[in-house]
Design a protein around this ligand. Sequence first.
Ligand code: GFB
Length: 313
Amino acid sequence: MALTILVTGGRGFFGRRIVEALRAHGHEVAAPGRPEFDLLDPVSVARTLKVVRPHTVVHSAAYYGGLGICVAEPARIFHDNVLMAAHLLDGMAAAGSVKRFVSIGSACAYPGAVAGDMNESDFWAGALHPSVEAYGFTKKVQLVGARAYARQHGWTVQCPQITNLYGEHDVFTEYRSHVAAALIKKFADAKLEHKPEVVCWGTGAPVREFLYSGDAAEGVARLLETDYAEPLNIGTGIGTSIKELSEVTARVTGFEGRIVWDTSKPDGVLRKVLDVSRMKQILNWQPPTSLEAGLKKTVDWYLANKEAADART
Ligand code: GFB
């Protein structure tokens, strides 16, 4: 019997890819959104869950963004994400149909100073980096809350820890964008407008791991087909410096001008790369999309949808 899976944030950047992947795996998926399903309104949450009566809930909705908004709005990030998680968990308990909860986590929830790649065993091993403490900690709140309800109500909880994402339908405006989307817009615009230079934030030295959103969604769909209930990293395991990212993005967009570094802007965590050995073992899979191929897909989409993409904040 097809079991209904409800995906929160199912119309957003990552959530829509999770919906696609789950449907491709043969699941029946509901993706309600605002105004009828507003996670900041507990009455709206309870009403929707009582109607949908999902077997599984994948929580991918969040008030989130790149380093810029994490530094500018830590209070709203903390407030909205904690409330959304609390309302959702309570609504799920009241609906009585839920057997599985998938808490979409983030590499930001790891300690800010892990030597080498972040292994799941490091998850509770130290303080978060100040630049992403609010957002990363809400992912810990979400996980602990999920476990509390799961113990009390007999659910299974799964917690994929997702690394830096990029892809179609992302936010590209500088204030809120993650670095890959930010640079795609900056370099594509500079090429279109024949600008002599592109200004990137920080020193370019930090190292990140860039996972194409469609691959991350496939990883989540594969996780749901296991009963693995411990935190599981989902990433490429490949570290790329911001400087390298800027050079690949310039190549993919055809920009040939100068790349300038504004060191008045923060670098954030110096190295954030996940150890994905457990993912390869548990899912018997690894993300197939290379950074250059994924950036090319995303740049093509951005250029073809520029007006709408630039309007999405
Ligand atoms: O993806 P990002 O914004 O955040 O990457 P985090 C920030 C890194 O890219 C810093 C550099 O080293 C920035 O100095 N950078 C260079 C830029 N140019 C730019 C630019 O134009 N825009 C931006 N945004 N960065 C993310 C969280 O932290 O980690 C996400 O914000 C998520 O919510 C993700 O949790 C896993 O990688 O520092």
